[in-house]
Design a protein around this ligand. Structure first.
Ligand code: ADP
Ligand code: MG
Length: 320
């Protein structure tokens, strides 16, 4: 019997390459998936003048804004992740993201005073939610919500739900860094883990998973160079500067892509040692760290198998 053939469709949405792979040649279904992604992007983006999230931002310091159930749930989840002790995740990071413009035209290292001025506009506790009205109020003028770190994860989960509803049991969805593997053809899907700063398709290794989300966030994705330094797009809410530690990329394996998105950012903030310690308490979340000194550090490996492809890296596990 011949092996079923994989069909793939790609497009660009949310500033990222999007690829959908199915075992049926269903162009129509692919088009519906892309339209679904587009609809969510339209609601959640902060890179255009108009969206539900921008309506909230434009009303900062003025009045609460009612949003759709989906947008409200995502904002509530993003606020909860931001309020975790020592969290590097901050949904109110918008004013700093807009100041740095990393990944967009005109990025530059801002002055210390400019950063200091904006830090007080990034307090997650001042994102006021009203469950009853499903409204969001930014308490201070100048505040801005930015869901850039989790929008793709949320949307990937919705695409998975939609495909399941349509009776699709096996598929691969890649929203530029957020991969969702539905089902398990021949036992597992293989998802590549990119080699940081390497040319196009360089891989450190592959992760084999079934029915899991694999999210990678890395400092090599969006960055610019100034004053002989690389400045990347994951900001430390405590300092207003890009997070600075040993980690070059973090891959999270979990059931939901939303968790993958939250945890990549949390783990960046914790660093390797604390990240490993925290993950020991979380059976549902696994991580693969790639460090600047070419180590691949694996957490428990409960939910994946990892194969190293580049032997200039050394593999180890999270140790006590
Ligand atoms: P990518 O878009 O490359 O997948 P991430 O998922 O890591 O990247 O999210 C990075 C984006 O999240 C940034 O471009 C910015 O919009 C936003 N962001 C930056 N720093 C933070 C932070 N500390 N907390 C929450 N969101 C952040
Ligand atoms: Mg992310």
């Amino acid at each position: 019997m011949s092996e079923p053939r994989l069909h793939s469709w790609s497009t660009v949405l949310m500033g990222s390459p999007i690829v959908l792979s199915l075992f049926t040649d269903d162009r129509d279904l692919a088009a519906r998936v892309f339209r679904l992604i587009q609809r969510y992007e339209d609601a959640l983006t902060v890179n255009r003048a108009v969206s539900q999230v921008m309506a909230v931002n434009h009303a900062a310091g003025l009045h609460p804004v009612k949003v759709s159930g989906a947008v409200y749930d995502l904002i509530r989840c993003a606020k909860a992740a931001s309020m975790v002790n020592d969290s590097a995740f901050n949904l109110a990071i918008g004013p700093l993201v807009k100041l740095w413009r990393i990944g967009f035209q005109g990025s530059r290292v801002p002055g210390r005073e400019e950063i200091a001025e904006r830090l007080p506009l990034t307090r997650p506790a001042e994102v006021i939610l009203n469950d009853h009205e499903r409204s969001v109020f930014l308490a201070r003028a100048g505040m801005e919500i930015d869901l850039g770190a989790i929008a793709k994860g949320y949307i990937a989960d919705r695409v998975r739900d939609f495909l399941r509803q349509q009776g699709v049991e096996q598929a691969l969805i890649n929203l530029g860094g957020n991969v969702l593997a539905l089902g398990s053809p021949q036992g597992a899907w293989s998802v590549g883990v990119k080699k940081p700063f390497a040319a196009a398709d360089g891989l450190v290794g592959v992760v084999d998973v079934a029915n899991k989300s694999v999210v990678t966030s890395g400092i090599y994705e969006r960055w610019f160079e100034q004053d002989g330094k690389r400045w990347h797009h994951i900001l430390d809410p405590r300092t207003g500067y890009p997070l600075d530690n040993d980690i070059e990329s973090v891959t999270i394996v979990s059931d939901d892509s939303l968790d993958g998105d939250v945890w990549t950012t949390l783990i960046y903030g914790f660093g390797v040692e604390k990240g490993c310690a925290v993950l020991r308490q979380r059976e549902d979340i696994d991580a693969i760290f790639i460090t600047k000194n070419r180590e691949v550090i694996l957490s428990s490996q409960r939910q994946f198998r990892f194969t190293l492809l580049d032997d200039s890296y050394r593999i180890s596990g999270c140790t006590a």
